[in-house]
Design a binder for this molecule. Structure first.
Ligand code: IPD
Ligand code: CA
Ligand code: CA
Ligand code: CA
Length: 273
């Protein structure tokens, strides 16, 4: 079995475990603020994935949102970057619209991405260089779009914040329409599947974007931070993912005006993971 096949096997197992326990009462705690929730299922899912990987591949490194791999600071060897439940707020409030995300790197290179939309039983997956799939269906190459004809995904909370609203309001105004899904991993694969044309947000951690980035890039999407710079898989950053033409239009036509402010924001926000 390849590492990729193994990853598919354990992501399905972890998803099934969540489904089996949906009716049970959740233990919910808060993290950095009252709206930053973590449940026993986030922790249990991370634990399950980590145990399986450790058992099969004791020399692999694992970074997970709920505490694993804080000491991992290089991409040497095989590195798994895991978000056990991406969209915890959706999980708690809706019991749907959340995903398990896995990104795997081999000696610094992208190897594979898997994002499992658990309740819809949709697995988005890709081996770098071999195209992206939704279950058994290969996803086509993304067509270019203009902002005027694009649906973009953006958390409306950004439109309530000081000068940041000035950055995004013109983009939302000029787009055909905007959506917000509440799971960064799903946002990435929705771009890959052509469900939305772009997703942008100001702060994601490696576990939010590692899997989705690899899948989206396999459909020709461009993934960068909001200054158009390449992401480092181990560093938190801002994000814009879009088809090539739309990425260019948003970065150079809208975001570059705020390069100074965005650069300062990045220096303050992204000094650590
Ligand atoms: C969050 C979701 C959300 C995004 C946040 C993430 P979590 O991840 O992806 O859509 O806006 O920035 O932290 O905490 O639910 O895994
Ligand atoms: Ca979280
Ligand atoms: Ca997340
Ligand atoms: Ca999470």
């Amino acid at each position: 079995m390849t590492i990729y096949e193994f990853a598919e096997q354990i992501i399905y197992e972890a998803g099934q475990n969540i489904k089996n326990k949906l009716a049970l009462e959740l233990t919910i705690e808060t993290k950095s603020n009252p709206n930053d929730l973590v449940t026993n299922m986030d922790k249990e899912t991370e634990q399950l994935l980590v145990e399986r990987i450790n058992q099969a591949y004791p020399d692999h490194h694992i970074i997970g949102e709920e505490g694993h791999g804080k000491e991992v600071d290089t991409l040497d060897g095989v590195v798994w970057i895991i978000d056990p439940i991406d969209g915890t707020l959706n999980f708690v409030h809706q019991q749907q619209n959340f995903a398990i995300s896995i990104g795997i790197f081999k000696d610094g290179e992208k190897y594979a991405g898997l994002v499992y939309d658990v309740m819809n039983d949709n697995l988005y997956h890709a081996i770098a260089g071999e195209g992206a799939y939704l279950n058994d269906m290969k996803l086509g190459a993304l067509a270019d779009t203009t902002l005027k004809r694009s649906i973009i995904s953006l958390n409306p909370n950004w439109l309530t914040k000081d000068w940041i609203k000035d950055v995004y309001t013109p983009i939302v105004k000029d787009a055909r329409s905007a959506r917000s899904y509440g799971s960064a991993a799903l946002d990435f694969v929705f771009v890959a599947a052509g469900i939305v044309d772009s997703y942008m947000t100001l702060r994601l951690h490696p576990w939010d974007f590692a899997g989705g980035m690899i899948i989206a890039e396999e459909t020709g999407a461009v993934v960068s931070n909001q200054m158009g710079e390449t992401l480092h898989p181990l560093q938190s950053n801002s994000i814009i993912v879009a088809n090539q033409q739309l990425h260019r239009e948003i970065v150079s036509g809208y975001l570059s005006r705020y390069e100074k402010e965005l650069t300062e924001l990045h220096q303050g926000m992204f000094s650590s993971r």
